[in-house]
Structures are given as structure tokens and as C-alpha cells.
Design a protein around this ligand. Sequence first.
Ligand code: TMP
Length: 205
Amino acid sequence: MDRGCFITFEGIDGCGKSTQIGLLTGYLEERGIDYLLLREPGGTVIGENIRTILLDKKNSGMTDMTELLLFEAARAQIVSEVIRPAVESGKVVICDRFFDSTAAYQGYAKNMGQDVVETLNQLATGGFYPDITFLLDITPEQAMERRAARGEEDRIEKLGMEFQKKVRDGYLAIASESSRIVKIDGARTPEDTFSEILGYLEEMI
Ligand code: TMP
């Protein structure tokens, strides 16, 4: 059985990931390509339970280390239970966020250290990494406008504009060091943004 592929989408909150993922799954469906859509944290029963804890506004007392370890715990579960078996059985797996989120949010924006995050990412994934990652880059101001249209904010979105700026800087730093991560200008129309993404994927899927 040929290996499938593993595609991840990243960016600050409100960057347009959901729209682009919707366009991609529509494209795959039209062509009858078998895919699996997942999100992090989540994607398994255990992971969705961890997600509830992580995003609950009542958990404002959560320490940064608890947060980091919970994201990694959810990741260990989804990689072993779902992502690795699906990719190995030939499926296209799309994940809304993966370990680059931890590098940007916890490593950079919360200053927990890239070395710590990299070690935990390696442990949680067992070295199973995405084939390609799309970083949808927009300014925190543009993202804020989109989030305002979406309604209530979760525990992490509530950290505000300064935090989102740090997350964006973190993403840009990570992207500049990795050939796996493709930076996409997410401020254009959804159609223009998607056609650039498709240009990278057409040979792969
Ligand atoms: P979502 O709203 O895109 O589903 O993501 C949930 C929130 O969790 C979002 O604010 C980003 C944050 N997050 C981290 O801080 N670290 C991580 O490792 C992941 C996967 C998400």
C-alpha cells in the first residue's frame, strides 16, 4: 500500500484556516480522493476531552507547563491512534493545526523555549511529521476583524492582540527555518489564496 500524505494548516487565530480547509476538502471530494480531516487539539475522544479543558475560560488558572503538556498529550494520542495509521494506509490526512502551533504559541509567544517544545514534539509524534504545512499569514489586526465576526472568544483567543503578534512572529521565525512550511499570504480573497495552496498540492495528491 502506498503511503498517503499528511498536510497541516497553521496560523494565528482568525487567519482563515477553516475556509481554506473547506475549499481543499471540497476539491478532494469532487475528485473522489479519500481524505481524513482532523483538528488539534482533538481528533480522538481523549483529545477532544483535553481540548475542552484547554479552551475552557473557567480554567484561567492553568499554568503554562500544564497547558504545554496537555497539547502534547492530545498530540501523542491523535498521532498514534489516527494520523499515522491513516497516512500509512494511503489516506490524505489534513490537520487543522499540529506541532508548529505549539512552537509558535507555547515556545515563542509564551516563551517556554524552542528546545523544550522541540523535545516534546518529537516525543509526542515519535518523529511522524507533516509532508507539507501551510502557514496562512495575516496581521493580528486583520485576524481580529475576522474573529469579531465569529463571536465569543476561547481561553487562548482572550489573550489579546499583543499575544497574537508574538504568535505571528513565532510562526514567521519557524517558517524561515523550515522548507516544510510554506508561507501563504492569507489576506487575499479565499479563491486566490486557495489557488496558491493547490499549486503546491497538485503533484502530491
Ligand atoms: P483552534 O481554535 O484553531 O481550533 O485552536 C485552538 C487554540 O489552541 C488556538 O487558540 C491555538 C491554540 N493552540 C496552542 O496554543 N498550542 C497548540 O499546540 C495547538 C494545537 C493549539
